[in-house]
Design a protein around this ligand. Sequence first.
Ligand SMILES: [Zn+2]
Length: 182
Amino acid sequence: MSAETFLAALNGVRRTGNGRWLARCPAHADKSPSLSIRECDDGRVLLNCFAGCQFQEIVAASGVSLDELFPPKTLGGDYKPPERRPVHAEDALKTSAHELTTGFLILQDAAEHFRAAGFLDDELGSFGLSRAIVQRLFECAVNVSRVVEMATGRAVNVASEARHIRNSAQLRQEELEQAEPA
Ligand SMILES: [Zn+2]
């Protein structure tokens, strides 16, 4: 993103330092310049509206297209700067619980597979698939769900989350099988 392109679309621009400007935020009725613009050494431009407008809102209101702000790099192929957006802690925690539960199911399936092939729990332990180890991962998911409960007052039920993941995996598998040409 080039700061120049963006600054040209703003009103009340005032340079406040090296690679730093203040301007009137286009995303809200801004009387005193409350949008700070900072150009980093790597060309990224950081925006901060003191009234709390979000990056996307500010860019949209400026009328500058994202393509202009993030010109495709001539070197480095399809490089896109990582998109940064605010994430709610609740969503992050629920995602962690979900991912841990998925990991637990994967280990559990692997352990069942080996158990069915005649391996004993001791042997399974030597490659990290004993009942205790698999159970430990389940507990990890439960622990994260407790943090979810502390933060939101509502716990994630790990057992029903596990059932839900199993069911959706089953559905996906059936869809894949149906999609295969006979
Ligand atoms: Zn604003």
